[in-house]
Design a protein around this ligand. Structure first.
Ligand code: CDP
Ligand code: MG
Length: 887
C-alpha cells in the first residue's frame, strides 16, 4: 500500500471509527475511557487543536504504532507548537470548531468543496488542519493554488508563522520567485505554476492534497485545473496513491461544480463554513460620480472627520489610482511630516485582475523554442531574426500601468483639470477640521510583500487605519478592523474584442456579487457601513449578478490555442466548470487549422490536432491568433513595428472618419500619398497613423487630424494599443526591446509589399475575388461594379466607397471584416494581394497539384530550399490561380 493510502486509512481509523479508537485507547491506557475521548473531541471543537498537548500526541502515535488492524504505518498528528497569541486569534475563527467534520469529510471523499465568507479562515486554517493530520508527511506536499501572486506569498508567510515553521517548510512559488525546496511541506503557488507542473508530472505525485483556493474568481487557469484534477484524482486512486482535491470558494456559484456531471460523476460534498458577519449598512450615492478617485477622497475625508473610530477600506481599480489617493490622504492627514509616498513606493507594476497572466506563455515557451529550432526550416519565415537563446519573460504587468499613464494623459487633455487643483480645495477644508492623523496604506497585488504585511498590523497609536486597495482586498486578503468601506463600483478587467481579438484593460462596472463582497469587508469586527459611489438604480440596472467566468469572456480561438499550447487536446471533451460554447469551439478549431496553427494531417479526428510550431509561436502573443500570426511573420525586414501599428489600427474603427469631412475625399487623398493607391486600406492606415504620430510629436495632433480627416480619438486609441502590444512583445521576447517610435518612417516599397503578405497570412480565410463581366451580368449588376465573391458566402460583397481600392478594384483582396449596410454586404479594411501569394501564405486554403515538370524545380541557395512550380486553386469552389513557385 502506498504511504498516503495508509495514512488516509489511519485517519479513518482515528476520525471515523470511534469504536476502534476507543478500544485502542483503552487498551493502551486503561484509565482513558470514552469520556476522555469525547472531551478530546470537544477540546478540538473549541479550536485548541488535537496536538496542543504533547502527551495526547504521544498517545495517538504510540497507539497507532501498536499495530492496530489495517494500519501498517503509524498514523500520527504532526505536533505543532503555536505561539500563544496566534493560537488565541485562531480560536476566534469559527472554522476551528469545524476542524473535525472538515477532516472527516476530506478523509472520506477524494474531492471536497469548502465554501465560506472571506475571512472565515479557509486559506490560513485548512492547510494547517491537513498538515497536522499528516498530509505533509511521507515525502508528499500539501499544494495550495491562488489566482493571485499576492495571496500566494502572503498566505505562505502567514501559515508558516501560525504553524511556527520556517519558510523552507511553508513555501511559495510564483512565476519568477519562490522559496520552495526539498523540505517544503506546504506549498503555496499561483494556479499557473501548478498547471505548468502538470505538464511535467501529470499525476502530481509530489502532492498528497491539492487545494484550489479562490475558485470563485473563476480564473481560466483555476477552471482548467479543476477540469484536469477531476481526471487526475481518479487516476491517482487507481494507482493506490490517492490525491485529495479541495476546492475552496466564497459562497458563489457552487452549482458550477456540484451540478456538473461531466466534471464530477458524483457531486462532491460541500462544507459551508459559517462566519461571523455583522450587519453592514449600504449607502448609495444619489448620482454616480465619474471622477471616482476624487469622490473617494472626499468620502474618506468625511468619514475620518465626522464618524467614530474604525478602519476605512477604499476600493479603486488600479495601482496608479491607489497611489494617487494614498498620496493625497497622507498629505491631508499627515502622520509624520516625513511620510513621503514618492520615496517609499515607486510606481511599479500593477495588475490585480489576472495576476498569473502570462504563465501559460512561459509554459509553452521552452517547448515552442525547441520545436521552432527543430523545424526552423518550416517556420524560417516566422522567426528568422531573433536570438532564440535569449527569450525571457518579465512580469506581464507593466502594461496596465502604462495604459493608465496614457489614460491619464487623455483625461488631462480633455478636462484641462490638473490633479493638484481638485485636491487642494478639499484638502484645505478637511485639514482644518481634523488633527487626527490617518494611517494610510496602499494595497495592490504587486506591492512588495513586506509592505502588504503592514495592513495586518495595528496602526500607530492615535491613528485611524485607512487602506486604499484594488480588488485584491475583495476576497484574497482580509484586513482586520475595517468598519467603513468606500466602493467605487468599478473594476479593471482585461476585455477582449470578439471581433478583433485585441485584449485591453478597461475599467468596467463590477458585479452585484463582488460589490456585496466589498461591502462585507466592513462587517468583520462589528456593524459597519459601505459607501457606494454610485446610485442604487445603476446597481440594479447595470450591474451583472456575477462576474462572468473568464473562460466565457474570452474568444475561444485564443483559449483553444492556449490549451493546445498546454498540450490539452480535444478541448471539446474537456470538463470545464462552465464550458465555452461548442459551436464556437468548433469554429475556432477550424479557423486555427486554416491559419496554420494546427497540424491537421496527422490528426485522428477533427478535434485531436496538435499545434504546429507556428501555432506554438502564435500562442505566445496576447492578441487574437490571426494577429499573433502576423506578428510571428514580421521579424524580418524590420516589419514588426509596422505590424504592431497595423494590428493596433485594425482594432480601432473609423480612423479615417472625422466629422465634417467628406470621407471618400479623405480616402482619396490618403490613397495618393506615397503611391499607396494600389496597396490597400491597411497600408493607408499605417501611413495615417505614422503621419499623425509625427504631427503629435510636434504638438499639432488636433490640427493635423482636422486637416487630414483623421479621427483624433481613434488615433489616441491606436497609440495606446501600440504601446500595449509593443510592451507585451517585449515581455514575451525580451531580446526584442522594441520601442514605440513616434516618428515611424513610412514603410519602403519592399516593406509595404511584405506587410501585405503578412496581412494576407493573418487573414487567409478572408480572401475575396472580383466578379468578372459575365458574372456581373449574370448577377444583374452593372459593369464595373466593385463586386466580389468570398468562399464561404453566397452573397456578393461590395467594396465600400470609403476604401482606397474602390477605384482600382484589384482582382484579389483580403478584407478585415464584412458588414451589412442597407441590405448590401460590404468589406472593410481591404488590402490588395497577388494570387501567386496564396499557395505560399494561404496554403491551407489551396488545392495544389503535383510539382510541374515544366518549368523544372530549382534550388534556391539563399533559403536552402527546393522550389517547384505547381498549379493551384483556391477555396472549395476551386478558383484557379496562376502557376506558382512554392517550397
Ligand atoms: O481564506 P479566508 O478568506 O476564509 O480567510 P483567511 O485568509 O484564512 O483569514 C482568516 C483570518 O486570519 C482573517 O480574519 C484575517 O484577518 C486573519 N489574518 C491575519 O490576521 N493576518 C494574515 N496575514 C492573514 C490572515
Ligand atoms: Mg482565502
Amino acid at each position: 500500500k502506498s504511504q498516503s493510502e495508509t495514512c488516509a486509512e489511519s485517519f479513518k481509523t482515528i476520525f471515523e471509527n470511534k469504536e476502534v479508537k476507543k478500544q485502542v485507547v483503552n487498551k493502551e491506557n486503561g484509565e482513558i475511557n470514552k469520556k476522555v475521548v469525547d472531551e478530546d473531541t470537544e477540546t478540538r471543537n473549541f479550536g485548541k487543536g488535537l496536538m496542543d498537548s504533547a502527551s495526547e500526541v504521544k498517545v495517538k502515535v504510540e497507539v497507532a504504532s501498536e499495530g492496530i488492524a489495517p494500519v501498517s504505518k503509524p498514523a500520527f498528528y504532526v505536533p505543532v507548537e503555536r505561539d500563544e497569541k496566534i493560537q488565541a486569534s485562531r480560536l476566534k475563527l469559527p472554522i476551528l470548531a469545524e476542524e473535525q467534520s472538515i477532516m472527516e469529510t476530506i478523509t472520506e471523499n477524494s474531492i471536497t468543496i469548502i465554501c465560506g465568507e472571506t475571512g472565515s479562515g479557509k486559506t490560513t486554517q485548512i492547510p494547517q488542519f491537513l498538515y497536522e493530520a499528516g498530509y505533509g508527511s511521507n515525502g508528499q506536499m500539501i499544494g495550495v493554488t491562488e489566482p493571485r501572486r499576492v495571496a500566494a506569498i502572503s498566505m505562505s508567510k502567514r501559515v508558516g508563522m501560525e504553524l511556527n515553521l520556517s519558510s523552507d517548510e511553508v513555501s511559495y512559488l510564483i512565476r519568477f520567485e519562490g522559496n520552495t525546496g526539498p523540505s517544503t511541506k506546504i506549498k503555496f503557488m499561483t494556479d499557473g505554476v501548478l498547471l505548468k507542473e502538470i505538464q511535467s508530472d501529470f499525476l502530481l505525485t509530489k502532492y498528497s492534497v491539492i487545494i484550489l483556493d479562490e475558485a470563485h474568481e473563476r480564473s481560466i487557469f483555476t477552471d482548467i485545473l479543476i477540469g484536469l484534477l477531476s481526471r487526475i484524482v481518479p487516476l491517482r486512486s487507481k494507482r493506490n496513491n490517492p490525491l485529495k482535491l479541495i476546492i475552496m470558494s466564497a459562497t458563489l456559484r457552487i452549482a458550477d461544480y456540484t451540478e456538473n456531471p461531466r466534471l464530477f460523476k458524483k457531486p462532491p460534498p460541500v462544507i459551508h463554513i459559517e462566519s461571523r458577519q455583522y450587519p453592514v449598512v449600504i449607502h448609495f450615492n444619489k448620482r454616480t460620480s465619474v471622477d471616482y478617485v476624487r469622490e473617494s477622497f472626499s468620502k474618506a475625508c468625511k468619514i475620518h472627520c465626522q464618524l467614530p473610530e474604525g478602519g476605512i477600506l477604499i476600493f479603486l481599480t488600479g495601482q496608479q489610482e491607489v497611489n494617487t489617493l494614498v498620496k493625497k490622504l497622507r498629505r491631508t492627514f499627515p502622520y509624520k511630516k516625513t511620510w513621503n509616498l514618492e520615496n517609499e513606493e515607486k510606481i511599479g507594476d500593477d495588475e490585480d485582475c489576472s495576476a498569473s497572466d502570462g504563465e501559460n506563455v512561459e509554459m509553452s515557451l521552452s517547448k515552442a523554442i525547441q520545436e521552432i529550432r527543430k523545424s526552423r526550416k518550416t517556420v524560417v519565415k516566422a522567426l528568422p531574426e531573433i536570438n532564440l537563446d535569449s527569450y525571457d519573460l518579465a512580469p506581464a504587468d507593466d502594461t496596465e500601468a502604462d495604459m493608465l499613464d496614457a489614460e491619464d494623459e487623455d483625461i488631462a487633455e480633455t478636462e484641462g483639470d490638473s490633479d493638484e487643483e481638485w485636491s487642494s480645495t478639499v484638502e484645505a477644508e478637511f485639514t482644518a477640521r481634523s488633527s487626527q492623523p490617518l494611517w494610510v496604506l496602499p494595497l495592490y497585488s504587486l506591492l512588495p510583500s513586506h509592505k502588504q504585511a503592514r495592513i495586518f498590523e495595528p496602526p500607530p497609536p492615535g491613528c485611524r487605519l485607512c487602506v486604499v486597495a484594488t480588488n485584491v482586498a475583495e476576497t484574497s486578503l482580509t484586513i482586520p478592523s475595517i468598519k467603513y468601506v468606500v466602493d467605487c463600483g468599478r473594476t479593471k478587467t482585461r476585455l477582449y474584442d470578439n471581433f478583433t481579438g485585441i485584449s485591453m484593460f478597461s475599467v468596467i462596472w463590477t458585479s452585484k456579487a463582488s460589490a456585496d463582497q466589498r461591502a462585507g469587508r466592513a462587517g468583520r469586527i462589528g456593524p459597519g457601513h459601505c459607501y457606494r459611489l454610485y446610485s442604487s438604480a445603476l446597481f440594479k440596472d447595470e450591474f451583472e449578478e456575477f462576474t462572468m467566468p473568464e473562460i466565457q469572456q474570452k474568444p475561444v480561438d485564443d483559449l483553444l490555442l492556449q490549451m493546445k499550447a498546454m498540450k490539452i487536446e480535444r478541448a471539446v471533451n474537456f470538463p470545464f466548470p462552465s464550458a465555452p460554447n461548442i459551436i464556437q469551439l468548433k469554429a475556432a478549431e477550424r479557423r486555427l487549422a486554416i491559419l496554420g496553427a494546427l497540424e491537421t494531417s496527422c490528426a485522428k479526428d477533427e478535434w485531436s490536432s496538435k499545434l504546429t510550431p507556428l501555432g506554438e509561436a502564435m500562442a505566445l502573443f496576447p492578441v487574437a491568433p490571426r494577429f499573433g500570426k502576423m506578428l510571428c511573420l514580421s521579424h524580418q525586414h524590420c516589419l514588426l513595428p509596422y505590424t504592431i501599428a497595423i494590428v493596433a489600427a485594425l482594432s480601432v474603427q473609423e480612423v479615417l472618419l472625422a466629422e465634417n469631412v467628406n470621407t471618400a475625399k479623405v480616402r482619396r487623398m490618403w490613397a495618393g500619398v506615397g503611391n499607396s493607391l494600389l496597396l490597400g486600406d491597411v497600408i493607408v492606415l499605417l501611413r495615417a497613423v505614422g503621419a499623425a504620430e509625427y504631427a503629435s510629436s510636434n504638438g499639432a495632433l488636433g490640427e493635423f487630424c482636422l486637416k487630414n480627416g483623421l479621427n483624433k480619438k481613434a488615433i489616441t486609441e491606436i497609440r495606446k494599443l501600440r504601446k500595449q502590444v509593443t510592451n507585451e512583445m517585449n515581455l514575451t521576447i525580451a531580446e526584442l526591446q522594441l520601442v514605440v517610435d513616434p516618428q515611424m518612417k513610412p514603410p519602403s516599397d519592399l516593406q509595404a509589399k511584405l506587410l501585405r503578405q503578412v496581412v494576407l497570412a493573418g487573414m487567409v480565410d478572408h480572401v475575396a475575388l472580383k466578379l468578372d463581366q459575365d458574372q456581373l451580368t449574370a448577377a444583374g449588376l452593372r459593369p464595373h461594379q466593385p463586386a466580389y465573391r468570398i468562399p464561404e458566402m453566397e452573397d456578393i460583397v461590395f467594396m465600400h466607397s470609403s476604401s482606397v481600392l474602390r477605384k482600382t478594384r484589384p482582382q484579389w483582396v483580403v478584407y478585415q471584416e464584412v458588414y451589412q449596410l442597407n441590405d448590401k454586404m460590404y468589406m472593410r479594411g481591404v488590402t490588395a494581394i497577388e494570387p501567386e501569394w496564396l499557395p505560399v501564405f494561404a496554403r491551407s486554403m489551396c488545392t495544389i497539384s503535383e510539382p510541374l515538370e515544366d518549368p523544372p524545380p530549382r534550388y534556391d541557395a539563399e533559403s536552402d530550399t527546393l522550389l517547384c512550380h505547381v498549379n493551384a486553386t483556391f477555396g472549395q469552389s476551386g478558383w484557379p490561380l496562376p502557376v506558382t513557385e512554392i517550397e
